[in-house]
Design a protein around this ligand. Structure first.
Ligand SMILES: C[S@@+](CC[C@H](N)C(=O)[O-])C[C@H]1O[C@@H](n2cnc3c(N)ncnc32)[C@H](O)[C@@H]1O
Length: 208
């Protein structure tokens, strides 16, 4: 990692806060802020966290759902184990059908919320990174449609670019209320945004 990048990171407010509060990533605060504002996850919920490593969103989700909820984390990479018995992990690729089957097997019931911070390795080529990010967001949407209960919620990372509008249109087909948001903890210079789909339409649910 370049030295300048490491130094900039150490000065970052959310990076230091995550270290102090024992969160595995500064990204945890993006989820806390989005949930704080839009209330799409609550105590007792069943949550699926896609692209979860190193586990900041999983920790944040577990904090919100508490001991009566359930969090299932999925990533290509193995994660440090979580202490809580109601947090489970799958090492798997969200683009593969097998992973969806595993999710459905492990969930205690249909999920209340699906979140995805899944992100490809960044090439630095804008169009390519944008297209890959939207592709992962699309896969996350497909999983959400299979595992969410009616009126469940979906929160997914995207990158700004030409394909975003079309993706947001797809989310609107399935969810009643759709917003594109950027939590304060998301760096202003980053191209990332988050699409929030609230309330999975019941008609859509019956098709799955
Ligand atoms: C930005 S990180 C997630 C950070 C996480 N939300 C946190 O708070 O710690 C993006 C993750 O997406 C994962 N990822 C990328 N493509 C994936 C795929 N096809 N299936 C599963 N995970 C994937 C990467 O391995 C990486 O760990």
């Amino acid at each position: 990692m370049p030295k300048a990048w490491i130094q900039e990171r150490k000065k970052d407010y959310y990076y230091r806060k995550a270290k102090e509060e024992n969160y595995r990533s500064r990204a945890a605060y993006k989820l806390f802020q989005a949930v704080g504002k839009y209330r799409f996850m609550k105590e007792g919920d069943v949550v699926v966290d896609l692209g979860a490593a190193p586990g900041g969103w999983t920790q944040a989700s577990r904090r919100i759902v508490g001991p009566r909820g359930f969090v299932l984390s999925v990533d290509l990479k193995p994660m440090e184990p979580f202490e809580e018995r109601n947090v489970k992990t799958i090492i798997g690729d969200i683009t593969e059908e097998e992973t969806v089957n595993q999710i459905l097997e492990i969930l205690p019931r249909k999920a209340d919320v699906v979140v995805s911070d899944a992100s490809p390795n960044i090439s630095g080529i804008w169009e390519l990174d944008h297209a890959r990010q939207i592709d992962l967001a699309q896969k996350a949407l497909e999983i959400a449609l299979k595992v969410l209960r009616p009126r469940g919620n979906f929160f997914v990372k995207v990158f700004q670019g030409d394909l975003l509008e079309d993706f947001v249109g797809k989310v609107k087909q399935h969810f009643k209320d759709v917003r594109v948001i950027k939590p304060k903890a998301s760096r202003a210079k980053s191209a990332e945004l988050f699409v929030l789909g609230l309330c999975l339409k019941t008609s859509e649910y019956s098709k799955n």
